[in-house]
Design a protein around this ligand. Structure first.
Ligand SMILES: *Cc1c(COP(=O)(O)O)cnc(C)c1O
Length: 351
């Protein structure tokens, strides 16, 4: 292909989870929130739909959002960088910290986008295997990378390192440590204080999961203000539009709604975990809005396929032969349907 860089030609490209357009489908494959966003989000987006707002460029730094988020999180607004989804933030971080031929490290099995970011950048990508109980080896075996991505809670496992473990890692990784906290809203702790304490820690957050705004594309990073100033040079000038800024600001300001949705998801998660265990799955205890389910007695891919035939979409994941189903926590009705479906499928296999 004329002119295309060899590293781009050589890469296969990140494949996002399936997005089927069928409204009847029960969609439990990409960890979206099954509940609607706060009613205040709709009001804010409506209010932003004026000729003047649409005609003009949005706030380049998202200062209104930064003030609101700074207040809610108890941090300096200047330590916040806005992004067009947290994936945009991960791209900005890669472009800022990783030279061509540089090194990116992340644990595995984990979020597969990090590899694509390294490939686009022309950087080496190295992984550190999680132990059987989803712990990481100590001391950290690959220190000194330009960027170390650590999703916490992790996907697909839903497990989370404790703040003490994270703190220890900061000292061991050497280079920049990015705590990808797309799912931290579902966990009882997070690493935010590390990003406001250490100069080499950046936390990223997403509005796609806990805030029910995957369609609007908004995320942010928390980093020392002097780092944020450098990151601002790399991001697109207007990387977030007026509607997403209005939506995200309204969403983070409505913490009461956020906590009510979160509580429902955690309750359903526990019910789901117990039921799936009763069906014979090995279910990893989750600090996230999904469950990682495996079986030793039969293949799980046929279960995924049969569920899909019944219009229930879960994520089948296979990491070099280590496979399982990653199932998002849906509404109680969706999960009832899922459990009925799985029960029937397992009965069919028996006979
Ligand atoms: C969903 C997800 C993201 C991406 O979030 P967006 O804000 O939708 O870009 C980032 N990291 C992990 C681990 C995720 O699961």
């Amino acid at each position: 292909m004329i002119g295309v860089r060899p590293n781009i030609l050589a890469m296969s490209g990140y494949i996002p989870g399936e997005q089927l357009n069928d409204p009847d489908i029960i969609k439990l494959n990409t960890n979206e929130n099954p509940y609607p966003p706060s009613p205040r989000v709709f009001e804010a987006v409506q209010a932003a739909l004026t000729c003047d707002k649409l005609r003009k460029y949005p706030q380049p730094l998202g200062n209104t959002f930064r003030r609101a988020a700074g207040q809610v999180l108890g941090i300096d607004p200047d330590s916040i960088l806005i992004g067009n989804g947290s994936d945009d933030i991960l791209t900005i971080l890669t472009r800022t910290f990783v030279p061509e031929g540089g090194r990116i490290v992340s644990p595995t099995p984990s979020y597969i986008l990090y590899r694509s970011l390294a490939e686009i950048q022309g950087a080496q990508f190295e992984t550190v295997r999680f132990g059987d109980d989803w712990t990481l080896p100590r001391p950290w075996p690959k220190p000194g990378a330009d960027l170390t991505f650590l999703p916490n809670p992790n996907s697909p496992s839903g497990t989370a390192l404790t703040v003490t473990e994270l703190d220890r890692m900061v000292g061991e990784v050497g280079g920049m440590l990015v705590l990808d906290e797309a799912y931290a809203d579902f966990c009882d702790w997070n690493g935010l204080a590390l990003a406001t304490t250490y100069r080499n820690v950046i936390v990223t957050r997403s509005f796609s999961k806990a805030y029910s705004l995957a369609g609007i594309r908004f995320g942010f990073a928390v980093a020392p203000p002097e780092l944020v100033r450098e990151l601002l040079k790399v991001k697109d000038s207007y990387n977030c539009d007026v509607l997403s800024l209005a939506a995200a600001t309204a969403a983070i300001e409505d913490q009461e709604y956020f906590h009510s949705v979160r509580a429902k998801i955690l309750a359903t998660r526990e019910r789901m975990r117990l039921a799936l265990q009763d069906f014979g799955f090995a279910v990893t205890p989750s600090h996230s809005n999904f469950l990682w389910c495996r079986r030793t007695d039969q293949a799980v891919k046929p279960i995924y396929e049969e569920l899909k035939r019944r219009k229930m979409l879960v994520r089948y994941m296979n990491y070099d032969g280590y496979d399982g189903l990653r199932i998002s926590v849906g509404t109680d009705r969706e999960i009832d349907a899922l459990l009925r479906g799985i029960h029937e499928i397992l009965e069919l296999v028996k006979t």
